[in-house]
Ligand binder design. Structure first.
Ligand code: MIC
Ligand code: SF4
Length: 661
């Protein structure tokens, strides 16, 4: 049968199920990645599963989100992560070496392989033909132990690109255009496969910007075919041998096709505070800008920053504006520095940061109150920058730099008209990538180089809370929330809170504080309760803490109109029942209502019951749906995935070991 690229890679890795959209499949994972803010739980869970060695071909631990180490707790986390990587056999990328997606792309991403990562932007190396998926930490721990990864077989969508990007339009604008058209829910249950003559013209850094932003569409993953550009890019990283030719078959069947004519794209922005709030830059022209940041896992490559450097040559950052450049990796920083571009940018007034996520989640460079910040990042959820009423625009490095030069939002095409000598920088690939690559990289400690002296746990590294079985009958609707509640609302990632990622008891005090700062206290006092939400509950990051902390506070079920993919899996993994409700029911429920699930939930979960009768204040009833596979039901019945895997071990089952073909 004629196949898409996705079907080919999934077919090669399939250990359970069939490639029918909507059906659950189990796939073998070749590579895993984890980072500092989700990694501590991954390794604590790996330890709790009593694993002694990594079973995947490769595992890599990055220290990238909080590298400033403001607090010993962060430094303790990094030390623990290094000890875990050494103990169990993972590569360890030192703090400051760069953002996981960028560094993984440079060093390990390989076409045709599967990658599972405890970060939602794991699909980034899809631009190199790798099938990469983001998941919760517990799923990573199990995959690292050799267990298959289970996911609903997505629909494969063909994004057919025609034409060529005009001057000043960039790969970021391709992704923003799609977000504007399809919204942050548009990709749920889908993989986007980019094809057509327009796709062939894009370089690898441009492709990976697009696959990175596929996450904001809610997509399971995004992928490009491989070609000479892929081979050339791998060769630049000294990894040409890993090239694999990957093309969709001529008559491959896609669930739908989205056409994009690159010639028609123009510079765009995502206005505050959602990545799909997209408009042409010209709509906001003249808006004062106090801060500009270029970098992140979306636009942090050498090729993303070079246009900014070129635009700033012989120019200055406007006096009323601060410009920060935070490259995505040390490789990018080093290349810019060796070629003199860093000095040029510094002379123009740029504040150069180390290669870190930092500002993307409100760690450093928090915008001033009542100010506009333009960032080349992928998320502008309200409050994520570290200040509640923020006003963050997302855009390309070109649009960001044009604003830095003028101090206000300006269409770079208009600026070029005004400044006759300002030319569109276009794309220029680096000449020398390195110097350190792969195992020779001084900032990556290979499993062989590790000084393996067991796990080193500081006082902030807590235990993984375990739940045994489910005992769900409802409780007070402790919070009613709107559509598109992000995991940044559920567990913010700003510096003051992030340091408790390894200490669930403490972290849970901040649960849903961005929606209602009395929530955690009320939930603890109530002992048990439920949450109510609109569409796309839990969108955004993969952080399992957004399920773990509510579980710790006694949340038994979430009633929502729909759920984001990774978060729904995390709810199952921590024994919280995700129940779907319709809009009418959502409108009728009030915060504070007494929600009693009339049916016996443990029995219904185990017997495959799909609809559950629910009574509100003993006055009216509705039906809520449990859309779960048999495996997800077993996980719920066990009280969560950790207990489920442990039970399987005790029963002599396959546990985290791979299922037989
Ligand atoms: C994000 O961009 O929100 C993060 C921080 O990278 C998260 C991971 C986390 O919460 O630790 C993600 O995208 O999964
Ligand atoms: Fe880091 Fe931001 Fe990318 Fe998340 S989205 S991995 S915080 S740079």
């Amino acid at each position: 049968m004629e196949q898409t690229i996705t079907e080919k890679i999934l077919g090669d890795h399939l250990v359970e199920g069939e490639l029918t959209p909507g059906e659950e499949i189990g796939i073998e994972i070749d590579q895993v990645l984890t980072q500092d803010t989700t990694g501590t739980m991954v390794w604590l869970q790996f330890e709790a599963l009593e694993m002694d060695e990594i079973q995947t071909e490769l595992a890599a631990q990055y220290c990238d989100h909080q590298t400033y180490q403001f607090d010993f707790k962060n430094t303790d986390d990094h030390r623990f992560l290094r000890s875990a990587a050494g103990t169990y056999g993972a590569y360890f990328s030192r703090p400051g070496n760069g953002i996981c997606h960028q560094v993984h792309k440079e060093n390990f991403a390989a076409p045709g392989k599967t990658l599972l990562g405890s970060d939602s932007h794991t699909p980034t190396p899809g631009g190199l033909g790798q099938l990469a998926i983001g998941a919760g930490g517990l799923d990573i721990a199990v995959a690292m132990g050799g267990g298959p990864y289970y996911v609903e077989m997505p629909e494969v969508v063909n994004v057919h690109l025609e034409g060529e990007l005009p001057e000043w339009a960039t790969a970021k604008d391709v992704a923003l255009h799609l977000l504007g058209e399809l919204t942050v829910k548009g990709g749920v249950g889908k993989i986007f496969e980019y094809t057509g003559p327009g796709a062939e013209k894009l370089s690898i850094p441009e492709r990976t910007t697009i696959t990175n932003l596929g996450t904001e569409l809610g997509a399971t993953s995004s992928i490009f075919a491989t070609d000479e550009k892929t081979r050339d890019w791998l060769a630049r990283q000294d990894r040409e041998g890993e090239y694999v030719d990957l093309q969709p078959d001529d008559d491959a069947k896609y669930a739908e096709t989205v056409e994009v004519d690159l010639n028609e794209l123009e510079p765009l922005v995502a206005a505050p505070s959602m990545p799909d709030n997209v408009a042409p830059v010209s709509e906001y022209e003249g808006t004062d800008v106090e801060q500009v940041i270029v970098g992140s896992c979306t636009n942090g490559a050498y090729e993303d920053i070079l246009p900014s450097a070129k635009m700033l040559e012989d120019r200055e950052v406007a006096k009323q504006t601060e410009m920060i450049v935070a490259p995505g990796s040390k490789q990018a920083s080093e290349m810019l520095a060796r070629e003199g571009w860093t000095a040029e940018m510094m002379a123009a007034g740029v504040n150069f940061s180390e290669a870190t996520c930092g500002a993307c989640i409100g760690i450093g460079h928090v915008p001033a109150s009542d100010s506009v910040s333009l960032r080349t990042f992928n998320r502008n959820f309200e409050g994520r920058s570290g200040i509640e009423d923020d006003s963050v625009f997302l855009c390309s490095p070109e649009v960001a730099t044009a604003a830095a030069i003028t101090g206000e939002i300006v269409d770079p095409r208009d600026l070029a008209d005004e400044l006759s000598e300002l030319e569109a920088p276009g794309l220029e690939m680096g000449t020398k990538y390195g110097p350190g690559m792969g195992e020779d990289d001084s900032d990556i400690i290979s499993p062989d180089e590790a000084i393996d002296d067991g796990l080193v746990k500081g006082p902030n590294i807590g235990d993984v809370p375990l739940k045994d079985g489910i005992d769900v009958d409802g409780g007070e609707a402790l919070l009613k929330m709107k559509d598109n509640i992000t995991t940044d609302h559920i567990i913010p990632a700003t510096a003051d809170i992030l340091k408790f990622r390894s200490n669930i008891e403490k972290l849970s005090e901040f649960t849903l504080s961005r929606v209602d700062d009395t929530f955690a206290e009320r939930a603890l006092a109530a002992d048990r309760g439920v949450l109510v939400a609109g569409e796309n509950y839990g969108q955004g990051s993969s952080r399992e803490h957004a399920a773990l902390c509510p579980m710790y506070l006694g949340i038994e079920a979430v009633f929502a109109q729909s759920f984001a993919r990774i978060h729904k899996a995390n709810l199952f993994n921590f024994g919280i029942v995700p129940l779907a409700i319709d809009e009418e029911t959502y409108e009728r429920i009030d915060q504070g209502d007494d929600i009693e699930i009339v049916d016996d939930v443990p029995a219904g979960v185990s017997s495959g019951q799909k609809e559950f009768a629910v009574s509100v204040n003993g006055e009216w009833e509705f039906t809520a749906d449990l859309d779960a596979s048999e495996r997800e039901r077993d996980i719920l019945a066990a009280g969560g995935k950790l207990s489920w895997v442990k039970r399987q071990h005790a029963d002599g089952g396959s546990g985290a070991a791979p299922a037989d073909d």
